[in-house]
Every structure is written in structure tokens, then in C-alpha cells.
Design a protein around this ligand. Structure first.
Ligand code: ADE
Length: 282
């Protein structure tokens, strides 16, 4: 899989991509990340990438021409060609404009992107990007949250990080990302009301699909007078799974109650949440 990032600050990415999982995925060849300096696709002495907005108003707008020419130049190399928008297979290639006006980027988006061959990330700057980039070039416009960044670079780094760790082989253990917070539908129990797995352990304790993760502890067992919960030291794995599920539910109710309305919950989950005062609206 290859990411192509269009930016006026290509050096911005040397830090974020030089550490840990991401750096390993790049050096082992599981993913390629290329940054492209938009100023290299300008034709004037000042290497101008922006201009004043038609109709007046504050700030400057990124011009469409360097962005279009940058992507068209990928065609020089067979492996990186991006098809024209009208014929592009968007299950294999996606051109994404990063902006605060975009659709929310979620774990489900990361899973979808992780299956692609090529993802192009266009980092917006200034007051905006000429709308013809969104209309004629980009397949989607994504936002990483309801706040305004000074540019799309941080958003691009976040999207690359969240996506790359889902590519098979990138994380050491095949299941490392299966049961974490925001796991998407294909990682959730098929029948949440079924209640029990083959070994008799309540299915709901298997992981966090759709809710927040459970709390984690490591050594020492007693840190400054605060011990770890007894159940974790007891060796009863069914009891541990049960406790983790309850803690995950409690934390979700406390920090992200909005997730509970969409999460696949068992009867047992609902009964536990009721003891915490949760009343589903539907
Ligand atoms: N550019 C400015 N704000 C942004 C956001 N929230 N997400 C993605 N790109 C942005």
C-alpha cells in the first residue's frame, strides 16, 4: 500500500513517520509513504501556491493548479498512477482532501483505507482549498474532529498512523487490534444477544467492539499504596474477562455515553449498565 501526501511542508512528516510501528512498516516495505512538495508544481518565481478568494473575504486559498499537476505527475511512474476521478476504482484508490469541513474520520474509515493500494492525502492550508479540488479530483473530504487545525498535515499523519497499524503483518500479533476500542462490525460478536461462547464465558466479555477499552495494569501490583484489582491477580480467566467487560462498559458510560446507543450489547451488559443508572433512549 502506498500513501502520497501533498503538502507545502514536506519536512513536517519526518518526525511522525520515524518512530515505532509506522517506521517499521515503512522499512519492512509493508507500506510506502511519499511526500510531495506542492511548491515544486508552481511555475512562478515566488513558487506561489495560494491566492486571494473570489468574492472577497479573509485569508488566502490554495490554488487548484499545483495540486492537480502534482497528482497528474504520479502518472510518470506506473506503480503510482492515479486514475481520473470518473474512472477511478475507489475500492483500490482514494484521493482525500483533509479539511475541517470533511466527513468524520473513524476507525471504520481506517479499516476501509487499510484495504486500498493507493491513498492520496491532500493537506489543506490557509483559509481553504479551491473547491474544484473537492469537485473534480478528490473522492472524499475527511476531518479528524470538530476543531480547526492550521493545516491538514497533522490530520494526514493521524490518518496514516491509524490506517497502517491495521494492515496485515504490521502489528506483531495478528489479533492485536481486534478487540480494542472502536473495533468495527466485522470484529464484533455476530449475535450479541446469544450470551455465551463455547466455553461458557459470556460473549460480552470478549472485547471492546464498539465501546471503549477496559483498564490495563502492570507491575508493581501495589503502586504507592494503590493495589491492582484483586480479580486480575486471581488467575480466573472467565472472571477477568467478565470484569474487563464491566469496566469497559462503565468507562464508556462515563466518557462516551453516545457510543452505547450503537454498540452491540448483550442482555447482561444492559443489566449491568442499568445498575450504573444507564437508561437507553430507544
Ligand atoms: N484542516 C483543518 N482542520 C482540520 C480537521 N479538523 N481535520 C482535517 N483537516 C483539517
Amino acid at each position: 500500500m502506498r500513501f502520497n501526501i501533498l503538502t507545502i511542508f514536506p519536512d513536517f512528516f519526518t518526525g511522525p513517520f520515524d518512530h515505532g510501528v509506522l517506521s517499521r512498516a515503512i522499512t519492512t516495505g509493508l507500506v510506502e509513504v511519499a511526500t510531495h512538495d506542492l511548491r515544486a508544481f508552481t511555475h512562478d518565481r515566488h513558487r506561489t501556491v495560494d491566492d486571494r478568494p473570489f468574492g472577497g473575504g479573509e485569508g488566502m486559498v490554495l490554488k487548484p493548479q499545483p495540486i492537480f499537476e502534482c497528482i497528474e505527475a504520479f502518472g510518470a511512474d506506473e506503480t503510482t498512477t492515479i486514475a481520473p476521478k470518473s474512472t477511478r476504482d475507489t475500492t483500490r484508490q482514494s484521493v482525500i482532501l483533509l479539511s475541517a469541513q470533511g466527513r468524520p474520520f473513524t476507525q471504520a474509515t481506517a479499516h476501509r483505507l487499510a484495504k486500498m493500494e493507493q491513498v492520496v492525502l491532500i493537506c489543506g492550508r490557509y483559509e481553504g482549498v479551491d473547491e474544484r479540488v473537492s469537485d473534480l479530483l478528490a473522492d472524499e473530504e475527511l476531518s479528524i474532529g470538530d476543531y480547526v487545525l492550521s493545516g491538514g498535515e497533522l490530520a494526514a499523519a493521524i490518518i496514516v498512523d491509524a490506517t497502517v497499524r491495521l494492515i496485515p503483518g504490521v502489528l506483531g500479533h495478528a489479533d492485536s487490534n481486534r478487540y480494542e476500542s472502536f473495533g468495527v462490525a466485522d470484529h464484533q460478536p455476530e449475535d450479541p444477544d446469544d450470551g455465551k461462547t463455547a466455553d461458557g464465558v459470556p460473549r460480552s466479555t470478549h472485547g471492546a467492539g464498539g465501546i471503549l477499552d477496559y483498564p490495563h495494569y502492570t507491575r508493581p501490583a501495589d503502586f504507592r499504596g494503590t493495589p491492582i484489582p484483586d480479580v486480575l491477580a486471581g488467575g480466573d480467566h472467565a472472571a477477568i474477562r467478565h470484569w474487563r467487560r464491566q469496566m469497559a462498559l462503565a468507562k464508556t458510560l462515563r466518557n462516551r455515553p453516545d457510543l452505547l446507543a450503537r454498540a452491540p450489547l448483550t442482555r447482561e451488559d444492559r443489566a449491568y449498565l442499568a445498575t450504573l443508572g444507564y437508561r437507553p433512549t430507544s
